[in-house]
Design a protein around this ligand. Sequence first.
Ligand code: SAM
Length: 487
Amino acid sequence: MKVLKKVDLKISNIKNTITIYFGIPDSSEELEKMFKLRFKIYSQKNYIESHKYTDQQEKDEYDTNNKCIYFIAKIDNHIVGSVRVIHDNPLPTEKYYKFDKPDLSHLAANQKCEIGRLVIDKYNPVEYTYLPQGIVMFFLISCIVDYTSKNNINTALAFIKTSLKNKMKKRKMPFHIIQYSDFQINENDVLYKYFSQKKDPVVPVWFHLKDFKVYINKLLNNKIIFKKIDDNHYYLKNNLITNFIFKRSRSKLDSQFWKKYFTVYDTLNNLIPYQNLIQTIIKHAQPNPEDKILDAGSGTGNLAVKIEKGGAVVYGIDISKEGVEMHKSKKPKGEVIVGSITDPLPFPDNYFDKIVSNNVLYTIPRFKREFVYKELYRVLKPGGVIVISNIKKGFKPVKIYSDHIKESIKSYGYIYTIKQIIKFIIPTLKIFYYNFLIKKENKSGGYDFFEPEEQKKYLEKAGFVDISPDIPTYSNQAILNYARKTN
Ligand SMILES: C[S@@+](CC[C@H](N)C(=O)[O-])C[C@H]1O[C@@H](n2cnc3c(N)ncnc32)[C@H](O)[C@@H]1O
């Protein structure tokens, strides 16, 4: 890449300073990696119909007709972000929207451009490491601003998601919303799904690029935020202000988080949707008394001890020492060990008759998931069954509790239900708080709740067959799949 800017920063859990390089891709290999990153992010966000992309590269006619200039961000050899600037007449926004005001048509075509395909990856080189995504966006935009001011371009259009618009507003970025009288998109358009997502609608916006230049320079010259190394090289300071502006989110949800959560975790055993979830896993695993079963991410052992009641022996592995200790206090028959399922599993090939895993993999960075499913495949005996559930996108813990209350009233009556609510009020509130943190972590890019069919894809890639469709469970807040290893 042709490097234009550099920023040094510290990110959580990594001792050394890392450098993010910003610039222009200058090889076909780099462009390919960039299109692949776009494909990855747009697929994850469900903006495109991924199955239509055979080469897993997200490109449209503006890319193939050389109408774009690209800027990318790189850490080591990974592209962690990219954006494109389109020169064309009309621009895509002008094609999709009929403007009310302002009418930008008086601007010469070469004075306006369109900014699009801004994607930023979650870079987790080490467990619980988070790249502040805001800083990547900031420097990518600053590359655009330098480029446009050199090329006499003064206005940029874009259609962005409401969630991004809100973030930009919160950070007081200078932009204007375009009023429009008509909007049209064809069902065959590559971005049809992007435009039709109701929960995060698209908003057309425009920018005076000189306003953006002022905004960027103001931040770059702010000594509380940056230390200037030279004109194109900055050090991002680590303080409350930079944490706010660039969302330097730090994962609080490491094994220390689970240690605290585990002090109240077993209260979940009283919740009917949790009981149903455990029963559904057991129903599909069909444990026999002679089975040797692995519970991957066994936590406090709730699932494992229930399975062992039927006679099988269940081995547990969990990253949390406290979870493992609580599990051991329940006197399991199988061995329970502290370990991470993101490392090679400490078991031989074809060792277990069955594998279960309940709501664990959503806590693991996406780029490591494929490896985990492959390891689970390796340690399962041929013909063995895996049953795995995970929290899904849109997770609403309140739904689990409200379903519990409804079910409890139906089965045990009002008096008993109210007595139980009072009895467990403190741990229940704590559980809500911890679930709130989990949800927040999902938003900040730490945990990644599962997309529909995502689990199926990993199972398939690992080699599993007879994969079940997504089965909603846990008050429809989790997705369960079962599958089999080939004989
Ligand atoms: C929501 S709890 C589920 C616990 C248990 N499976 C159950 O059914 O209640 C998530 C569990 O994942 C564990 N975990 C998170 N990351 C892990 C990793 N890399 N390896 C093993 N366990 C992990 C946590 O310690 C925690 O016990």
